[in-house]
Ligand binder design. Structure first.
Ligand code: IMP
Length: 425
């Protein structure tokens, strides 16, 4: 399919990085459509682990072009560090990475305000990654954000930083009584970054639309997951961008009719980092077991991820919101040690059964998950490369997930490496 959107079907960390890296082998362009360095896409290639935060996961494939769209928020220091890391690992980034003029910049005051806001919220804190994401998108929608395009003209950039810093300092001082920041040091750091960023700025919409016209293969890479979407997620415990597939259209400057396929990525169980409701969360012992087996620690913050049973209510919701054509199912191998498995098929609240994810978060919070119990396979599967090689109960598990979510499963990941994947015809 020429244009495929890869979207997370849960609360992020579904393993999109590995799936995008696989698809990148047959793609011309990988374009990230939202989020910033809050994301942590892990790709294992030739035994080496790469954690990408901003650079699209296709960069490891030497032939692909990578782009960061208008929907992204760019922290230049983090991006340049990431680029340097790739270069020192022998990956040529030159002429292969571009950033939209319209992408917003993360500035140091965004990170400061992110932290101060969490502190202010106390017990109600969101559990953010601390990358300044919320404050940067707040500025974007308040129409005072600074964009990549502003770097083109030094004076405009300096003026915008000064105006913003003056206002942010009032908040920092008067609301939080914390030390203020100095615009001169920000300007001097950012003018340093500017030299390296200027060659990367490109009209990403033109790049993608011309590629589409030429029949090229494009992967639109989403970060986070459906349940973290600013409109459709478990608000307010969400990120500040459109992580659903619709975000690809807005965030990249391509029309909705240009999207040929939506590939959802779901993990064989559920995880989430940060606070917020989580109906199928395990009790303590299972938490530790699955967290250890699945190495469930945040790729950006190192925080332990919360783990739980597969929740078909949220993935059914993700299938609907994103018009998922098919799924890539990841980390099936992590469940190999279990004798029985549970899948949440619906929630029950005040005698009513909810198969569709309720828009009222109080129902999700107070409702009880209803589980189907399935037999486990209790055998290693990491060396299996064909569907027919999987134990019967693993087949049944996959079939049941497809049935409950209403979309077929086309790929099953059974390990971290590219090759540890089963493709289903
Ligand atoms: P923020 O995106 O840093 O504002 O964080 C908001 C919420 O989204 C927090 O619960 C984070 O843990 C979560 N979050 C942000 N990025 C990711 C991600 O890439 N994977 C999983 N959770 C994320």
């Amino acid at each position: 399919m020429p244009v495929t959107v890869v979207v997370g079907g849960q609360w992020g960390d579904e393993g999109k990085g590995k799936i995008v890296d696989i698809l990148a082998q047959d793609a011309n362009i990988i374009a990230r459509y939202q989020g910033g360095a809050n994301a942590g896409h892990t790709v294992v290639y030739n035994g080496r682990k790469y954690v990408l935060h901003l650079v699209p996961s296709g960069i490891l494939n030497a032939r692909t072009i990578c782009a960061l769209g208008a929907g992204c928020v760019i922290d230049p220091a983090r991006l340049l560090d990431e680029i340097d890391g790739l270069i020192s690992a022998g990956i040529n980034v030159d002429g292969r990475l571009f950033i939209s003029h319209q992408a917003h910049l993360i500035l140091p005051y965004h990170k400061i305000l992110d932290a101060l806001n969490e502190k202010r919220l106390g017990d109600g804190a969101i559990g953010v990654t601390g990358q300044g994401i919320g404050p940067a998108y707040t500025d974007k929608y308040s129409r005072c954000g600074i964009r990549m395009v502003d770097l083109l003209d030094k004076d405009t950039f300096i003026e915008k930083v000064k105006v913003n810093v003056e206002y942010k300092n009032r908040i920092i001082k008067e609301l939080y009584n914390e030390p203020t920041i100095i615009s001169d040091s920000i300007v001097s750091d950012y003018l340093g970054y500017r030299e390296r960023l200027l060659p990367l700025i490109k009209d990403v919409s033109v790049l993608l639309n011309s590629a589409i016209a030429d029949g090229r293969v494009i992967i639109c890479e989403g970060a986070q997951g459906t349940l973290l979407d600013i409109d459709w997620g478990t608000y307010p415990y969400v990120t500040s961008s459109h992580s659903t597939a619709g975000g690809a259209v807005i965030g990249l400057g391509i029309g909705p009719t240009r999207i040929d396929k939506v590939l959802g990525v779901i993990k064989a169980y559920t995880t989430r980092v940060g606070k917020g409701l989580f109906p199928t969360e395990f009790e303590a012992e299972m938490q530790c077991r699955i967290r250890a087996a699945g190495a469930e620690f945040g790729a950006t913050t190192g925080r332990a991820r919360r783990c739980g049973w597969f929740d078909a209510v949220i993935t059914r919701y993700a299938a609907r919101l994103n018009s998922v054509d098919s799924w890539a199912l990841t980390k099936l191998d992590v469940l190999s040690q279990l004798k029985t498995l549970q899948i949440c098929v619906a929630y029950e609240y005040e005698g009513q059964r909810y198969e569709q994810f309720p828009p009222d978060m109080r129902i999700v919070e107070r409702g009880k998950p209803i589980y189907d119990e399935l037999e486990g396979w209790n055998a290693p599967i990491d060396e299996v490369r064909r569907l027919s090689g999987l134990p019967k109960p693993a087949h049944k598990y996959i079939e049941r997930l497809a049935e409950l979510t209403g979309a077929p499963i086309e790929m099953v990941s059974v390990g971290r490496e590219r090759g540890e994947t089963i493709f289903i015809e």
